[in-house]
Design a protein around this ligand. Sequence first.
Ligand code: SF4
Length: 439
Amino acid sequence: MQKTAPPATYRVKSFGCQMNVYDGERMAELLSAQGMSAAPDGADADLVVLNTCHIREKAAEKVYSDIGRLRREDGSSPLIAVAGCVAQAEGEEIMARAPSVRVVVGPQAYHRLPEMIERARAGERATDTDMPANTKFDVLPPRRRAAASAFLTIQEGCNKFCTYCVVPYTRGAEISRPFNDLIDEARKLVENGAREITLLGQNVNAWRGEDAGGTVISFDDLIRSLDKIPELQRIRYTTSHPMDVTDGLIAAHGEVTKLMPYLHLPVQSGSDRMLKAMNRSHSVDSYLRLLERFRAARPDIALSGDFIVGFPGETEQDFEDTLRLVDAVGYAQAYSFKFSPRPGTPAADMDGAVTAAVMDERLQRLQAAINRDQLAFNKASEGRRCAVLVERNGRKPGQWLGKSPWLQSVHFEGESEIGAMVDVELVEAGPNSISAKRI
Ligand code: SF4
């Protein structure tokens, strides 16, 4: 069969978590290194990569409506590749359901995208959901571009097997990238303009490394090593698991000035009965004691969490325990979701399903409490002086947007540029952002 013309332009659309955003950036760099160029916004692309999320049913189903929307008026479609966690979970089934898809590639195999595109041009349907440990990072091109705030994946996969989660099945077992590779990539990101690096992992604080002598390097040692990169001004990390929090990490929040006073530590429920059914391996009490220790190390630390409402068997009492936990912590922000049964997970077959109406009602009550505390945290920040990392232009002329050390969205007016660290006084807080003035 005659090969079709090589794609000249591409578009990578990433959905879901920051790790998918990171993978999307690496796929874009890989395609650029092949001589392709990113299609201008709104313009048609020869190749479209849908980098998918499988965490909830709605997210997984979204890929099929996006595929349908890629069909052109003349009935043709761009070369379509499906990547990410839906690709890993569903593999060739995607092509059976959507024949216009020519390439299906999992999160651990996207370094093979160029050869898979060649096979698709020759008329083949190319699928690769292999899970080789670490390989992709060995062959991906070096980082060339970096935003003022850049992501750096240091760890992938998960061994925790929470009963509602697909990640251990779609991302595989926990692997830690080598220490030297991370320091090199961080330096490259800083050389290319990054002033803040967010370390990423499904269980980022489970990262462990080894130096040349075979000595184990802990996660907080890695943070302390990154702290030594002169032009790097801020370090963040997400997503952590309570079971992998160490004394060293807590101490680092009190000692490493570049480590930002922000901690995202999911808990999912305030009921020990639910935490057990979720296989979270920790109790509400141990979680609260951890947060107390982080607050002791860094009193102004902003705390963030994740919650699921409507887990099978959740009673009104369990849910009220969750509200009590939220009241006790006073989160600066938190994410909350309705339980979504995921194929292949133990929770999908559990009894005691909570009705959609009850889930909706509980989610509203939980979000009202979370929004109340987020506004309170922002209001308490009024009058504070801090540095803001400028990330982009605001809607108004001369307006700039960036993040405070506590990951609050801040806007101010005046002279500035993207990547600048600007000293401001936080003036007026709203639920989702704070206006500030330069000082
Ligand atoms: S810790 Fe639990 S929720 Fe988080 S990725 Fe692992 S299995 Fe999923």
